[in-house]
Design a protein around this ligand. Structure first.
Ligand SMILES: *Cc1c(COP(=O)(O)O)cnc(C)c1O
Length: 378
């Protein structure tokens, strides 16, 4: 039997091994340490922001930024419906209510005009909207050309969920540099990994200083343990930061491989009735995606369920797009603006194997199986 082809497997090698062993040998095995400091500086430098705060997850980064922005019971945070649950969960941790917004067809990212419209509607109703969290879906920046000035005008802080988008850019600006602050994730299957981890990025000194304090149980700067607000245990360990530094050295190489894989799919499927998300809009040449996951919808024929099942039978892991938040049982009471676009994408869209460790033979196998299923010659 052939090996199962996975969607996005982490890839580590001798560089990562060297960093992690160095961390172990140095004796800095506790949370914090020199690799954490260096990792923060390197990521901040790469994205072009003043501060980076290494944390135990991307969810923690969203949570702490929201707390600083004043999210609490009685406030609202506007969130794309098509995202990973973590974006909305972080809002709920603060006691605020997530309000969901539909996607746009061409890339599944939040519809920027509808996001602004939802804020205007909520404000007109007297609601206090403390943040909007556009998500850079599957490694493609949301439409900040509309969102940044629009939210600024409405007086609502923009928190960028760049968990999937390190290495992507829009125009000359890297993902992670938009809005008041941004969250990155280094979870196991993301564009690069620390096994588990995340980072909060910002140019705002106060925001990062506050989040840093919250992340270490809100310890006050006195000789004993003194607390004036509730804190969290959210820091990243020195060993994991070492792994992250190794991954960061190879980030461009890993992105290049994911891009190559996307290009192969695009070429192979060009005559088939499919649409690659983000590739259907030739006008938007300002987007430089990191190609974390290549996603497609079949224009006719098999829906997402059928594609996932048929590919699984061939030992190929193909997954559904994020199930919209407004369809999640846990958010059944939440408010949503629109919803039909992301429902349609969810019904027909799948993510293809996209990891940098895939061999050319494996990609060929994905292409062959997908072509057979889509053309019904199976
Ligand atoms: C992965 C992810 C997160 C959460 O990151 P973790 O490090 O897993 O906590 C948040 N938002 C989006 C869009 C993600 O894909």
């Amino acid at each position: 039997m052939t090996d199962r082809i996975l969607m996005s497997q982490a890839q580590v090698g001798p560089i990562e091994e060297k960093y992690v062993l160095e961390a172990l040998h140095s004796g800095w095995v506790a949370p914090l340490g020199p690799h954490v400091d260096a990792f923060e500086q390197e990521v901040a430098g790469r994205v072009g922001v003043r501060h980076a705060l290494a944390l135990s997850s991307g969810t923690a980064a969203l949570h702490l930024a929201l707390l600083h922005l004043g999210a609490r019971p009685g406030t609202k945070v506007v969130v794309p419906s098509m995202t990973f649950g973590a974006t909305a969960n972080a809002v709920v941790y603060t006691g605020a209510d997530p309000v969901f917004v539909d996607a746009r067809t061409e890339d599944g990212n939040v519809d920027p005009d509808l996001m602004l419209e939802s804020v205007r509607t909520l404000q007109a109703e007297g609601e206090h909207v403390v943040a909007a969290i556009p998500v850079d879906l599957f490694g493609r920046a949301a439409d900040y050309t509309v969102l940044e000035p629009g939210l600024e005008e409405l007086g609502v802080p923009l928190l960028e969920d760049a968990a999937e988008a390190l290495g992507a850019s829009l125009g000359d600006r890297p993902a992670g540099s938009f809005g008041r602050a941004a969250a990155l994730s280094f979870n196991g299957n993301k564009i690069m990994t620390t096994s588990g981890g995340g980072m909060l990025l910002s140019d705002d000194d106060d925001l990062i200083a506050h989040a840093r304090k919250l992340s270490t149980q809100s310890r006050e700067p006195v000789p004993w343990y003194e607390h004036t607000e509730i804190g969290y245990n959210y820091r990243l360990s020195n060993i994991l930061a070492a792994l992250g530094r190794g991954q960061l050295e190879r980030l461009d190489e890993m992105i290049a491989r994911r891009r190559e894989i996307r290009q192969r799919y695009a070429t192979a499927f060009s005559d088939l009735p499919v649409t690659l998300l983000g590739k259907s809009d030739p006008e938007r040449t300002d987007h430089d995606d990191n190609c974390w996951l290549t996603t497609l919808t079949a224009d006719r024929g098999p829906d997402a369920n059928a594609l996932v099942e048929a590919m699984s039978a061939e030992q190929i892991e193909v997954r559904h797009l994020w199930k919209p938040m407004h369809l999640q049982p846990v958010f059944s009471g939440a408010r949503v603006f629109g919803g039909a676009v992301c429902e349609g994408l969810f019904a027909r869209g799948v993510t293809l194997p996209s990891g940098p460790a895939l061999t050319d033979e494996q990609i060929e196998r994905v292409i062959t199986c997908m072509t057979e299923i889509l053309t019904g010659t199976e």
